[in-house]
Design a protein around this ligand. Structure first.
Ligand SMILES: [Mn+2]
Length: 458
């Protein structure tokens, strides 16, 4: 799939400006028992801190435009103190710049903050009317920055800019034929959802409404995506031979902190925002920026086959000692240990060896279902199953159909598959999206919900 050539207009060839792109800050996320000094959930504080740090860096970097591509908050309803924190940070983002203009901020609604019921309003509308802030929660919207210029308080470079905003729920209803770059302007697409054709798309086939590949391939100067927590360009869109992973016009900014162990599979150690130089008629230059976050790690999986309870205890303690667990969120998976053996393992001793960690959890993984080891992504049974279906579809289409018939037939087949999955899914679509990683046949010994089976997307 090639991308459409960008229209080169000599009149605005010099239009170059910077854009701060952040996403999936998930304010209000909570996990584990650890509390802060003021009694707040510590992970909630960590997540807020990462957001504030990203905002500070963006303000210091001083782009004229900032886009938050969705899931600003973790839930549709969050505590008042966090709403106030968000408002305060938005006021910093949309503050007066050294040149006297006001930085412009676009907020897009993600699945996490969008109410399930249509009668309810999205909390992001609390920020309507803040100077410089524009909120899009429902339909496809083209945002402009009219009367730009110093006298109007906006950077004159934004005069020709159009931000095409697709919040999460709009992906279900939008006529994508209308989502097109406007000639003679600098076009930026922002959307919260799964990019068609991406790795994530294959893993979530039929469970999510996607942003069609051909829409992403249109002549946008930049595409600011949210939803996937891994920072990086949409692979499909990479220009050149695909070897250079820093190129592409459409990027996920990724989350600003790790929301569970699932996120570790998505390059979890480095999270932040994107400093984008948008160039009229040319590909953008994207610089990855990382903010300091709490250390979160998985210790090496322990294969307990043939080990007695003492040996298992010692091996677990040894793994803790070999790692830097201070202040960290630490996860340990143990395999091939029968329940009766496990019940004699001295978990309290192991836990006290990890006493300097913010959180330590050990999960027993049963071998009843074949599960790939950590790091061999994507490996979950469900993901593999759907990926296989896609591969089989493409293979059969290549075998049986003439070239001109293939694309249409594949689209139809995917739609039928999606309908079938939707019909059989017991939960509603948004719940299904949360459990992409499906059951991992793990028992959690910690008495806590296994992060392993939690959100990876979202
Ligand atoms: Mn999301």
């Amino acid at each position: 799939m090639s991308t459409a050539p960008l229209p080169h207009d000599p009149d605005r060839a010099s239009t170059t400006f910077r854009l701060g792109h952040l996403s999936d800050t998930h304010i209000g996320y909570e996990a584990y028992k650890a509390l802060s000094a003021s009694g707040e959930n510590q992970r909630s504080v960590d997540v807020a801190k990462a957001f504030v740090t990203a905002v500070s860096e963006i303000v210091e970097s001083d782009p004229p435009l900032v886009i938050h591509s969705g899931d600003l908050a973790d839930r549709t309803v969050i505590p008042i103190r966090l709403i106030l924190l968000i408002r305060q940070q938005l006021q910093r983002l949309a503050g007066i710049r050294p040149d006297g203009t006001r930085r412009q901020v676009v907020l897009l609604a993600g699945n996490h903050e969008l109410p399930r019921q249509r009668k309810e309003a999205c909390f992001l509308h609390l920020f309507d009317g803040l100077p410089g802030v524009q909120v899009v929660t429902r339909d496809y919207t083209q945002l402009r920055f009219p009367d730009s210029g110093i006298s109007a308080g906006r950077d004159p470079l934004l005069e020709d800019v159009v931000v095409h905003a697709l919040p999460h729920d709009a992906l279900k209803t939008t006529d994508f034929d209308l989502v097109r770059p406007l000639p003679g302007t600098v076009n930026i697409l922002t959307a919260h959802g799964v990019a068609g054709g991406s790795e994530l798309y294959l893993r979530s086939l039929g469970r999510e409404f996607t942003i069609p590949t051909e829409v992403l391939a249109r002549a946008w100067e930049y595409g600011a995506l949210g939803h996937w927590h891994k920072q990086g360009p949409v692979p499909l869109m990479a220009t050149g031979a695909g070897a250079d992973t820093e190129k592409g016009r459409v990027w996920y900014a990724g989350s600003s902190e790790n929301m569970g162990f699932g996120d570790l599979k998505e390059n979890g150690t480095r999270r932040g925002w994107l400093n984008v130089t948008v160039r009229a008629g040319r590909d953008p230059v994207v610089e990855r920026r990382f903010v300091p976050i709490r250390s979160m790690l998985r210790l090496p999986v322990l294969d307990g086959k043939g080990l007695d309870p003492n040996a298992i205890t010692d091996a677990l303690v040894e793994r803790v000692r070999a790692a830097s667990t201070s202040g960290a969120v630490v996860g340990q998976i143990v395999e091939n240990v029968p329940r009766d053996v496990w019940s004699l393992v001295d978990v309290a001793k192991v836990r006290s060896s990890a006493g300097d960690a913010l959180h330590y959890e050990v999960s027993l993984r049963s071998r009843q279902r074949e599960i790939a080891k950590d790091g061999e992504a994507p490996a979950k049974p469900l993901a593999r199953g759907l990926g296989d279906v896609e591969a089989v579809l493409v293979e059969r289409a290549n075998e049986l159909l003439a070239e001109h018939e293939r694309e249409g037939a594949l689209v139809l087949a995917r739609e039928l598959l999606a309908l079938e999955l939707e019909r059989t899914a017991s939960a509603d679509a948004s719940v299904a999206a949360e459990t992409l990683e499906e059951s991992t046949a793990e028992a959690v010994v910690d008495g806590k919900q296994a992060d392993e089976s939690k959100v990876v997307v979202s």
